[in-house]
Design a protein around this ligand. Structure first.
Ligand SMILES: Nc1ncnc2c1ncn2[C@@H]1O[C@H](COP(=O)(O)OP(=O)(O)O)[C@@H](O)[C@H]1O
Ligand code: SF4
Ligand SMILES: [Mg+2]
Length: 330
């Protein structure tokens, strides 16, 4: 049996803007197992980045953790990180157990700070001798295909692809069990995307990282690397499935729209994996009643406007939140 590395149960995280709440993550339940790659897919604005921050417990105002539990297993021992402060989680688990490549991370590198300064900073905050961590950084740089001399350079001297490899080298320097990567390939050209994915999978093969939560709006990328796929819509998970099963037969009407758009014959759309589901995602301040997808769903029924479908298992390992499958159960 596969061991669970991270577990989220009915997690809700909203942005509080005065008296208004943006329900960006609204009742998310998921597990990430050891030794797997999970792809999270959904249109822009559906809550992917918010989810990645919440699972990492990087919850900063105006984002508030409203409810639910997040449990991180460390050497088999469960730690309820959602009951700790961000600072406690940072001190105890960031970098060592769980690490993140935030969205647009490579552009967040300060142009006037040498790459090695990030390593020195990590050494200081984790109380590891600087020399030891710099030596590890040199090895890791080689592993990601970068000459270690680049450690002494400034980010502006590196190309986009090199910067993103420097980012992953830094994020994985302490061999975290789980790496959350938020759209790490979106700003890269096709060649550098391929290189980055190769590097990512090599780090997993070499046991530098055990599991990956890979967030993207590009299904084509998920197809290449993921064992399971999670589809998000309007702050909720609408489907979770092993990759081969969802590619063969997506269950949720939104997943069907997403996947069909990738299989479309139009070369531009296919190449870029652009989502083509008629209509636009809802406003998360006042989302639609019942099933949040109902205004866009071609299969909408009366019940869909009133009641909310729950995410339930209908085949081993396959979960879907849709009334079309209300009767199905294994
Ligand atoms: N700092 C913020 N303040 C208020 N609303 C935000 C903030 N960041 C994101 N949002 C809103 O939260 C929702 C989810 O955003 P996000 O998690 O970035 O989605 P995704 O990564 O899927 O594009 C969107 O409606 C977005 O406008
Ligand atoms: S619950 Fe209803 S509206 Fe929602 S996806 Fe299923 S059929 Fe469509
Ligand atoms: Mg995002």
């Amino acid at each position: 049996m596969k061991q669970i590395l991270l577990e989220a149960e009915d997690v809700k995280a909203y942005y509080k803007l005065g008296r208004i709440f943006v329900k960006a993550v609204d009742g998310v339940t998921l597990e990430i197992f050891e030794d797997e790659v999970v792809g999270v897919v959904g249109e822009s604005g559906c809550g992917k980045t918010t989810l990645s921050n919440v699972l990492f417990m990087n919850v900063l105002k105006p984002l508030i953790l409203i409810g639910g539990r997040i449990v991180l297993k460390v050497n088999g021992v469960p730690n309820e990180i959602s009951s700790l402060t961000r600072d406690e989680v940072k001190k105890r688990f960031w970098g060592k157990e769980i690490s993140i490549i935030p969205q647009s991370a490579m552009n967040a590198l300060m142009p006037t700070i040498k790459i090695e300064s990030y390593i020195k900073h990590l050494a200081e905050s984790h109380r590891i001798p600087e020399k030891q961590l710099l030596s590890k950084a040199r090895e890791r740089f080689q592993e990601v295909g970068l000459d270690p001399v680049w450690l002494k350079r400034y980010p502006f001297e590196l190309s986009g692809g090199m910067k993103q490899r420097a980012v992953i080298a830094i994020a994985t320097i302490l061999n975290p069990k789980l790496l959350i990567a938020d759209e790490p390939t979106s700003a890269l050209d096709v060649v550098n995307q391929k290189v980055f994915l190769k590097v990512l999978m090599k780090l997993k093969r070499h046991n530098v990282i055990k599991s990956i939560l890979f967030i993207t709006h590009d299904i084509a990328t998920v197809r290449q690397i993921a064992d399971r796929m999670i589809i998000m819509y309007a702050g909720k998970i609408v489907e979770i499935s092993p990759i081969e099963k969802i590619l063969e037969r997506p269950l949720h009407p939104y997943s069907q729209g997403l996947l069909n758009s990738v299989l479309t014959p139009e070369p531009e759309v296919k190449k870029r994996g652009i989502v083509v589901v008629p209509g636009t995602p809802p406003n998360l301040i006042d989302p639609p009643s019942g099933c949040r997808f109902h205004p866009r769903c071609v299969h909408v029924m009366k019940i869909c406007e009133k009641e909310e479908p729950i995410l339930k298992e209908i085949e081993p390992g396959r979960k879907v939140a849709c009334f079309l499958y209300a009767e199905e159960r294994t």
